[in-house]
Design a binder for this molecule. Structure first.
Ligand SMILES: Nc1nc2c(c(=O)[nH]1)N[C@H]1C(S)=C(S)[C@@H](COP(=O)(O)OP(=O)(O)OC[C@H]3O[C@@H](n4cnc5c(=O)[nH]c(N)nc54)[C@H](O)[C@@H]3O)O[C@H]1N2
Ligand SMILES: Nc1nc2c(c(=O)[nH]1)N[C@H]1C(S)=C(S)[C@@H](COP(=O)(O)OP(=O)(O)OC[C@H]3O[C@@H](n4cnc5c(=O)[nH]c(N)nc54)[C@H](O)[C@@H]3O)O[C@H]1N2
Ligand SMILES: [Mo]
Length: 763
């Protein structure tokens, strides 16, 4: 049998470049949202669905984790174009049935692009791929569960199995899942967060004693200054633009730090206010710093040096000395280290001018209440943890944490990625959590730390692990080093995916494979005790209820919770956990959460209050006693140590406006003016010239890591506004270039935004 290709096929789709729009959102966004809804769902059903999206009696948007307002929620503003696309994708009319699998072999499906695969629709039946077979075939739920149980029980050690989670899984399903996995005997619980905000978690726990952000939505109204670093909210968190608009409306300023002039950070037309749809919108960024890829620590250090000079001239006017003395540790060592740097050297590393850095420093010096927001542009680097620790240094110097209008704001990706962690989806949960679980359920959970994403791939590649279960997600395509990861999956005895839609991970499989189709957020969830609701936690630590209203699209779907219970009952012969009861009534799962996880007192009562409740947050409360020193910690960080050789470029892999991670909604990157083509490489026009290339040339990209090289073929050169020697490609097409072992220090997060490449013209 021929191997199915592991990366998206290298097909060009016919680029069409247009002018970059002046503003984000506005009428065009609403039009685009409605077109997706009309095409996938139908207009009447679709509008009904949107009316429930992010409303207090509705379902949580399966798009991003940006929070909803605590109070007033308006119809148009509580969803965004990309949220509507996420809903359209899930509530689609199209179906992937057993007949579809009978007509299409795995190899044939592998020829389709991610876009074409996604458009095939929702999975309707459990499917099984026997060893050596070319086609998936229908299987009963019980047979599927028994098959998983047989495989899991055949291993010498439970550590031979890997249980991945993507961040859409509800709190209830995630809690039950980790309970099953620990009861089975392993902590091998890698998750998408390992590739997303792991660097934030590592840096924030060390410095301020909580791995989550400290601000609330309301803080945006009170901030003097919001700094948005390494994030593209216009595309990935569009409702955040409303919050940034509020900052401006209340007299605050905004600095954006990004290698690309992202439209959403420039100007925004509020969808909530139809009168403004045709106007000029709100200008957002007061200062745009077009930093070189991975130039952020150097930039922050340069700013801090300038602030230090000012503070020395007039002590107490720039730094919050009272906060520093009372609440922090490590100030002197930090200052001593900072003073070793020369401003010229630092500025040279950023690709910015001295004047721009001075302007930023002045804005920061003059303001006391500062919020820093960030996402993948800071976390997915070798020095991703340093990036975020340096952000914290800045906030600590300004005393800008633990007070209104100030603090840390790591903007999470998947809608419940933060909740899944709270529920215990982590390969190294702290001892107290494990003790609580053991006491409540009366078993001994394993203590040995499990594999994270990178270690899971290594373990499967080395055949130390032979079973993979994905609770959602698309492991083959979302992880780095596509060919290597694909081989890791192929080495398994059995790969299992609990999914709503078909994706490439179903096609890159172990000797045997199973696809278990589940209900989505938009659907009702009928169980033994009646229709259930679930809960989710957003990026700011608010836990709220989510309930779907559509009838399940097929009688053969099960909820994620029911699937976990089914696997657990088949696998664990002597379990004293009543899996049936838990899956039949999610209140019982919430009772267990209440007892075993701090902050969930009265969970069943509080979750029923419209809008939900805030989890405790020590950093928000200005209490840093939970760090290893009992104080907020200054840290010493290094600027990037990567030196490019002649002919080399730094490449970041980013999202277009028309995708949700590996789900490709469409082929347009509207806010960057690049339509109908994903295999592009954005380059500085001078670099294009110097390399003897021109717009539209086809090139191959080779990444260089230690002595290894990786090849990605057929990308089209696009001259674009990006600093010299910085380039951009889209994820997941370019994942084949991201070396598995190029990862962030401490957090072990893949460095998918610091990829060193050379660019080679095709004949
Ligand atoms: N519509 C939609 N929404 C989404 C997603 C989606 O795919 N589609 N994905 C969800 C998920 S899981 C996540 S994690 C988030 C991702 O949200 P983002 O982090 O906004 O997503 P990316 O496209 O990875 O963009 C990173 C941004 O960082 C910039 N950047 C890259 N390298 C650097 C750097 O070295 N320094 C600085 N300062 N900037 C840099 C890039 O130019 C880009 O603007 O979005 C979530 N929301
Ligand atoms: N090169 C590069 N690689 C990256 C990134 C990058 O910026 N650059 N970003 C990284 C980041 S931040 C993340 S978070 C990961 C994302 O990694 P993943 O979370 O693994 O990937 P997704 O593409 O979000 O997963 C999509 C699949 O989830 C399934 N799904 C959707 N909804 C549900 C549901 O409700 N339940 C279940 N069970 N399944 C569902 C569907 O089958 C769909 O095909 O990728 C990472 N990879
Ligand atoms: Mo993410």
């Amino acid at each position: 049998m021929k191997k199915t290709i592991a990366q998206p096929p290298e097909k060009l789709t016919g680029i069409h470049q247009v002018e970059i729009p002046h503003s984000a959102v506005g009428l065009k966004a609403i039009k685009s949202a409605l077109t997706h809804i009309k095409d996938e769902v139908g207009i009447v059903k679709g509008i009904g669905l949107l009316a429930k999206l992010n409303q207090k009696d509705g379902f949580d948007c399966p798009g991003c984790a940006w929070p909803d307002p605590d109070e007033k929620r308006s119809f148009l503003a509580e969803y965004c174009e990309n949220g509507a696309k996420a809903v359209a994708e899930e509530a689609t009319k199209n179906r992937v049935t057993p007949m579809f699998f009978a007509l299409n072999s795995v190899e044939e499906l592998g020829q389709l692009s991610d876009y074409e695969l996604g458009k095939k629709g929702r999975l309707t039946h459990p499917m099984y791929l026997p060893a050596g077979a070319t086609h998936y075939e229908e299987i009963s739920w019980q047979d599927a569960f028994d098959h998983i149980a047989k495989t899991l029980n055949s291993f010498a050690s439970p550590d031979e199995a890997i249980f991945y989670t993507s961040g859409r899984t509800s709190n209830e399903a995630a809690y039950l899942y980790q309970l099953f996995v620990r009861h089975y005997g392993t902590n091998n619980l890698p998750d998408c967060s390992n590739m997303c905000h792991e660097s934030s978690g590592s840096a924030l726990s060390e410095t301020v004693g909580i791995g989550k952000g400290s601000v609330t939505l309301d803080d945006f109204k009170h901030a003097d200054l919001v700094i948005v670093m390494g994030q593209n909210p216009g595309t990935n968190h569009p409702r955040m633009l409303t919050a940034l608009g509020e900052t401006k409306h209340h007299g605050g300023k905004i600095i954006s730090v990004n290698p690309l002039p992202e439209v959403g950070l420039k100007n925004f037309i509020d969808p909530q206010n139809p009168i403004k749809w045709l106007g000029n919108g709100t200008d957002l960024s007061d200062l745009f710093l077009q930093v070189r890829i991975n130039g952020d620590v150097a930039l922050l250090k340069a700013i801090l040096l300038l602030l230090l000079e000012k503070e020395k001239t007039s002590p107490g006017t720039v730094f919050d000395q009272e906060f520093i003395a009372k609440q922090t540790q490590g100030y002197e060592a930090f200052i001593a280290d900072l003073e070793q740097y020369k401003i010229e050297d630092l500025v040279a590393q950023t690709g910015l001018t001295h004047k721009e850095v001075v302007e930023a420093a002045e804005m920061i010096a003059d303001n006391k209440k500062i919020i820093v927001c960030w996402a993948m542009g800071l976390t997915q680097h070798k020095n991703g943890v340093d990036n975020i620790r340096e952000v914290v240094n800045l906030l600590l110097l300004k005393g800008s944490i633990g007070k209104q209008g100030a603090g840390t704001c790591p903007v999470r990706g998947h809608s419940n990625v933060q909740g899944d962690r709270t529920m215990g989806i982590w390969e190294k949960m702290p001892e107290q959590f494990l003790e609580n679980i053991d006491a409540y359920f009366d078993f001994k959970s394993p203590r040995k730390h499990g594999y994270d994403v990178v270690k899971s791939i290594e373990a499967m590649h080395e055949k130390k692990a032979r079973f993979f279960l994905g609770m959602g997600g698309n492991f083959n395509s979302a992880t780095p080093d596509t060919e290597y990861t694909a081989q890791a999956l192929r080495n398994c005895d059995l790969t299992v995916h609990i999914s709503t839609k078909i994706n490439r991970s179903h096609l890159i499989h172990g000797k045997e494979a199973l696809i278990l189709p589940c209900l989505g957020r938009t659907e009702r969830d009928p169980q033994a005790s009646g229709d259930q609701f679930v809960s989710v936690e957003n990026s700011m630590g608010v836990v709220s209820k989510s309930i779907g209203h559509l009838d399940p699209l097929s009688d053969n779907l099960k909820s994620e919770t029911a699937i976990v219970a089914g696997i657990a009952m088949a696998t664990l012969a002597n379990s004293n956990v009543d899996w049936n009861a838990l899956a039949g009534n999610y209140d019982l799962i919430r009772n267990a959460i209440e007892v075993t996880i701090p902050g969930f007192e009265d969970f069943n009562k509080k979750v029923r209050v419209p809008g939900g409740f805030y989890l405790p947050n020590n950093a928000r409360a200005n209490d840093f006693s939970s760090t290893y020193t009992g104080k907020a910690n200054f840290t010493i960080n290094q600027p990037s140590d990567i030196v490019l050789e002649k002919g080399q470029y730094m490449m970041m892999t980013i999202r277009t406006h028309d995708q949700y991670n590996t789900t490709i909604y469409g082929l347009d990157d509207r806010y960057r003016g690049i339509l109908n083509e994903r295999r592009v490489v954005l380059m500085n026009p001078e670099d294009v010239n110097e390399a003897g290339l021109k717009k539209g040339d086809l090139v191959d990209l080779i990444s260089h890591f230690e002595v290894q090289e990786r090849l990605a073929e057929k990308f089209m050169v696009i001259p674009y506004s990006i600093p010299r020697y910085s380039t951009a490609t889209y994820f997941p097409e370019a994942n084949v270039l991201v070396p598995l072992h190029s990862k962030a220090r401490i957090s072990n997060q893949p460095a998918s935004k610091t990829v060193i490449i050379t660019i080679h013209k095709r004949d």
